[in-house]
Design a protein around this ligand. Structure first.
Ligand code: SF4
Length: 264
């Protein structure tokens, strides 16, 4: 087995000056934080479910920015290279291409649902910002979040899973709302999830209004954000062994460090 590279204290301290926590990883696995700090370049290529989500979000962004759904759907990926699609991670092009091809039929369903949704929604999308990244300096770290669509009072988030309104989604939206308020960018009053993985018979539920869940979401997010920041501080002090607990669960299958971990 390959030896795990351990960073010296001085190297870790220089990383300490540059911590970015993404809204979507708040409240995640503590051991994953350790791996991120100590083995940042050792991740496996993205998991299939993440690849198909990235593909769908890339197309949706194009459709919304270009207002040309048909053109995007007809020739969806001819200018997207695998490394770009996978965020520059992974060098096993055979596996990547296999996963890419496996993802295509799913993406087709997502985009058909997206087309149905955008043709029927009465929400005015014309002034909404698409895939806008925001960063907030908070308690010595940088919190980063990219919202699919938002304006001054609404956030719309697209999901490719089938499970609607789960705890993670509510927490994530609560985090976005809190972050935009802290940055003095927007005072969000309405949040909606659009679930693109639905089958035809479920299309009536594709858009779910989660506005009423916002106080619960914000509370969960802030509580878990403080725990995650504390986890990063603990992880800096570890040098040659894993002491952060494994959060064994279905997320291990998607984790970039699943090859390093007995968690799966
Ligand atoms: S494989 Fe599972 S336990 Fe290990 S770091 Fe990833 S999420 Fe955590």
């Amino acid at each position: 087995m390959k030896t795990v590279p351990i960073l010296r204290k001085s190297q870790l301290l220089s990383k300490r000056m540059d911590i970015t926590i993404h809204v979507t990883s708040v409240g995640g696995c503590e051991r994953q934080v350790y791996h991120k700090l100590h083995e940042r370049d050792e991740q496996l290529p993205s998991h299939f479910t993440a690849v198909r989500g990235t593909m769908a979000h890339t197309l949706i962004e194009r459709c919304i920015k270009g207002n040309d759904i048909k053109a995007s759907l007809d020739k969806p990926f001819e200018d997207i290279t695998y490394p770009k699609l996978l965020g520059g991670r992974g060098d096993n092009s055979k596996i990547t291409e296999r996963i890419y091809n496996k993802a295509l039929p799913f993406v087709d369903t997502y985009m058909k649902n997206f087309e149905t949704w955008i043709s029927n929604t009465d929400i005015d999308l014309s002034d909404m910002l698409s895939e806008q990244k925001h960063e907030l300096n908070y308690r010595g770290i940088k919190l980063s979040g990219t919202m699919d669509l938002h304006d001054d009072n609404m956030i719309i988030d697209f999901k490719t899973g089938k499970k609607t309104s789960n705890k993670e989604h509510i927490q994530q939206l609560g985090g976005y709302v809190w972050m935009l308020k802290e940055l003095d960018i927007a005072n969000i009053e309405t949040v909606k999830m659009v679930y693109l993985g639905k089958e035809d018979s479920q299309m009536k539920d594709i858009e779910v209004d989660l506005t009423g869940k916002l106080p619960e979401g914000k509370g969960m997010f802030i509580g878990n954000l403080h725990k995650t920041i504390e986890t990063y501080r603990k992880a800096y002090d570890l040098t040659d062994k894993y002491e952060l607990p494994c959060k064994f669960g279905f997320m291990c299958g998607l984790c970039g460090w699943r090859h390093r971990c007995s968690g799966i």
